[in-house]
Ligand binder design. Structure first.
Ligand code: GTP
Ligand code: MG
Length: 140
């Protein structure tokens, strides 16, 4: 069994130092923008950079991109192609489109990030085991 803690940070700059405190202990991140507001898409790049500058090493490449408010498709300002381009350019895991309002596709991206965090954790533990095994072999 694994426990997953999720922190929802605020997009507001004035809470910046608090947000960084959360970043320091993260195993991954979900970067969410509003599909109907282009400025929220542009704002993500610096947020992701800041996250990567603060988080533990394993979390750097455990970030998914999410475009929310798919229920307002007729007001869409960011295309699928643009989002996919950002995923490639920033080396994110993948892109999901969701609607929190219509409860559409809101679990899949959590699963992606949590699974990768778990895999990283297992790999780190194996490495630690290997280290102690080598130590004890040297000692004998
Ligand atoms: N139509 C629609 N509205 C949504 C959806 N998700 C959130 N909203 C609305 O968008 C507004 C902002 O949602 P929040 O959850 O406060 O957004 P946020 O990114 O957490 O905002 P900050 O915490 O201030 O950075 C609210 O009025 C929500 O009801 C969605 O999927 N569809
Ligand atoms: Mg919020």
């Amino acid at each position: 069994m694994a426990r997953v803690n999720i922190w929802d940070t605020t997009g507001q700059e004035k809470f910046n130092s608090m947000t960084k405190g959360y970043y320091r202990n993260c195993n991954g991140a979900v970067a969410v923008f509003d599909l109907t507001k282009r400025d929220t898409f542009y704002a993500l790049e610096s947020a992701i950079t800041e996250f990567r500058n603060t988080c533990p090493p394993d979390a750097v490449n455990n970030i998914v991109l999410v475009g929310n408010k798919l229920d307002l498709e007729n007001q869409r300002q960011v295309t699928l192609a643009e989002a996919d381009q950002l995923v490639t350019r920033l080396n994110l895991i993948s892109y999901f489109e969701t609607s929190a309002q219509s409860n559409l596709n809101v679990d899949s991206f959590f699963y992606t990030v949590a699974m990768k965090a778990y895999e990283n954790e297992v790999a780190a533990l194996n490495k630690q085991d290997q280290f102690f095994e080598n130590m004890s072999q040297k000692g004998s």
